[in-house]
Design a protein around this ligand. Structure first.
Ligand code: HEC
Length: 121
């Protein structure tokens, strides 16, 4: 048993280090993401869940950054007001978060989204 635990100690240490490595805004964003977004966009942000004919978006970089032209203000607008990169309405059931999350919280979530990378795992 003790041998077994020692074998995994470095992995546990690495996990703790990774969580601590997130800067404060992204760490707060992770907490908010888990609470409000994960159910539809999955824990790793890859989305792909079907709601009728609508599919939840992949929120990982670099796809999301490319779609929104590396403009965080556009990503914030998508989250707060449900508008895509061209200002067109996003499809339901993507909620509009204005009134439920403030701009600062949304910025923290965006900071967290930038830590999610497609193809990492
Ligand atoms: C009830 C399910 C649901 C929840 C909860 C949800 N989303 Fe979505 N989201 C969607 C769907 C479905 C789409 C795709 C809409 C479309 O294609 O027009 C989407 C689209 C998006 C987009 C646009 C991506 C793109 O490529 O244009 C962003 C950004 C986004 N969601 C972020 C979030 C964030 C951040 C949260 C949490 C605060 C959240 N979503 C919570 C379902 C959800």
């Amino acid at each position: 048993m003790t041998k077994f635990m020692w074998k995994f100690a470095p992995i546990a240490a690495l996990c703790i280090a990774t969580a601590q490595a997130l800067p404060a805004p992204a760490a707060n964003g992770l907490r908010l993401y888990r609470e409000h977004c994960m159910a539809c966009h999955r824990a790793d942000g890859r989305g792909g869940m079907h709601f009728g004919r609508v599919v939840s978006a992949d929120l990982r970089a670099p796809g999301l950054e490319r779609t929104y032209r590396h403009d965080d203000a556009l990503i914030e607008r998508a989250i707060l007001h449900g508008r895509d990169e061209d200002g067109e309405p996003l499809d339901a059931p993507m909620p509009h978060w204005a009134g439920r999350l403030d701009v600062r919280q949304v910025r923290d979530i965006v900071a967290y989204l930038h830590t999610l990378r497609a193809g990492r795992r």
